[in-house]
Design a protein around this ligand. Structure first.
Ligand code: ASP
Ligand code: MG
Length: 417
């Protein structure tokens, strides 16, 4: 069996849904198809949640109406008799409204998962109904009944053992040769929805391939595969036909928004190759991510992470010589889920670059202030260049204010303003 994953951009409108269905039916392989929420639905649901938690009933109503309209328009375009699908859409949204009306927990992460998971339920129901209308037998599965996680809402950890058993009991290719399910979401033992972190559908696809011993995972995207830089930011990008697991993990860590960082591990454990291919041009070869790749010449790869905040902490008692201060820094980071994108230390201080958009950052800085003198710099850019040379480094650091630079033999990192 193979796993196909389609992101929000691939199902952003009715013609997108049709295109996805034609890609699904162009193979005879047994498939598990993982689909994300349509277009920017997850962001819209985040606004629903904000309106709810901030007690703004008018905004809440408007956001819900917008969600309904957006999906209803797609349904109207896809189906000759759209009533049944419209009814299903309304049922899901009424379920959400009902949850909001009876919920008493104000815990943001818990509420987030209950609200946001609705996006994937709606999208997969629409895609499944469209396949059915084309006489294609695809079995819709509510992934929450088989993908079991702990209760770390918004960043849930999957229970591979329990989920593996449930998947193997549920997915039977003698019954159906296509299964269609949701990315990004799961459920805990109490039956509450959980999510795996933003853009987590890639990770779902990898988990499913791992649990079912898949032959490969294909992530269908709006780019022709992995490029050596983001074409929206850099000129003259080069397509990379193959990338090793290790390089893929590095790319994800440095901020290339091509594959979710957690995706590689479940694949690597079972040597399952990952293909990144274009849903716009499905015949194009794309990029293969696998254990070992043919050694290509070392193309420079550029990854830019914007909106960085550099926090510099200095123990009030100059105790950085002692490990205790290090532990304190990292436990605060862990508590507020701050990811260190770059770290530099000196005898008396430690500087850490983190995503400035992290909502928990102000609270974390407050807590740092208990034990440390804290300075921070906002609005920085972090550029990582793999396979750099001195000429490249110079040209990228010439016209900017370099705050910090780190170099290893193969990788250079420049934090600048
Ligand atoms: N719909 C979710 C998000 O936008 C998950 C995903 O697309 O992978 O974050
Ligand atoms: Mg998405």
């Amino acid at each position: 069996m193979k796993v196909y994953k389609f992101g929000g951009a691939s199902v952003k409108d009715a013609s997108g849904v049709k295109n996805v269905c034609s890609i699904i039916t162009s193979t005879n392989d047994n498939l598990v198809v993982v689909v994300s929420a349509m277009a920017k639905t997850t962001n819209a649901l985040e606004r629903v949640l904000a309106a709810y938690l901030e007690n703004k009933p008018n905004d809440l109503k408007a956001e819900m109406a917008e969600l309904k309209n957006f999906h209803a328009n797609i349904i109207n375009e896809l189906f000759a008799n759209p009533e049944k699908q419209r009814f299903e859409l309304e049922a899901v949204l009424e379920g959400l409204s009902y949850f909001l009306s009876i919920n008493t927990k104000r815990d943001y992460d818990f509420c987030y998962d209950q609200v946001v998971s609705v996006g994937e339920l709606i999208s997969t129901k629409i895609v499944a109904a469209y396949l059915a209308s084309q006489n294609i037998d695809a079995e819709w599965v509510d992934v929450r009944t088989i993908l079991k996680t702990d209760s770390t809402y918004r960043d849930a950890n999957v229970n591979f053992e329990t989920s593996g058993e449930l998947f193997r009991n549920t997915i039977d290719f003698n019954q159906h040769h296509i299964y269609l399910t949701q990315g990004f979401i799961g459920a805990n033992h109490k039956g509450y929805s959980t999510t795996l972190g933003r853009e987590g559908s890639d990770y779902t696809a990898a988990i499913i391939a791992n649990l079912l011993g898949g032959e490969s995972v294909t992530i269908w995207k709006d780019v022709p595969g992995v490029l050596n830089a983001d074409p929206r930011i850099f000129k003259d990008t080069v397509h990379l036909p193959s990338v090793s697991y290790k390089q893929a993990i590095e790319l994800a860590f440095y901020g290339a928004q091509i594959i979710h960082p957690k995706t590689i591990k479940p694949l690597q454990n079972r040597s399952i190759p990952l293909y990144v291919r274009s849903f716009v041009d499905p015949a194009a070869p794309g990029t293969e991510v696998a254990a070992s790749i043919a050694k290509t010449e070392a193309v420079p790869v550029y990854i830019l992470k914007q909106k960085q905040t550099l926090i510099s902490v200095e123990p009030k008692d100059y105790s950085f010589a002692l490990e205790d201060s290090w532990i304190k820094v990292f436990s605060i980071m862990q508590k507020y889920r701050l990811k260190a994108n770059l770290i530099q230390n000196s005898a008396i201080s430690m500087s850490i670059s983190v995503d400035g958009t992290n909502q928990q950052l102000p609270a974390a800085i407050d807590e740092f202030m208990n034990d440390f003198r804290v300075k921070y710099n906002e609005g920085l850019n972090l550029l990582t260049i793999q396979n750099y040379n001195e000429y490249i480094l110079e040209s990228y650091s010439a016209d900017v204010e370099v705050i910090l630079m780190q170099k290893s033999r193969r990788t250079a990192r420049i934090l600048y303003r």
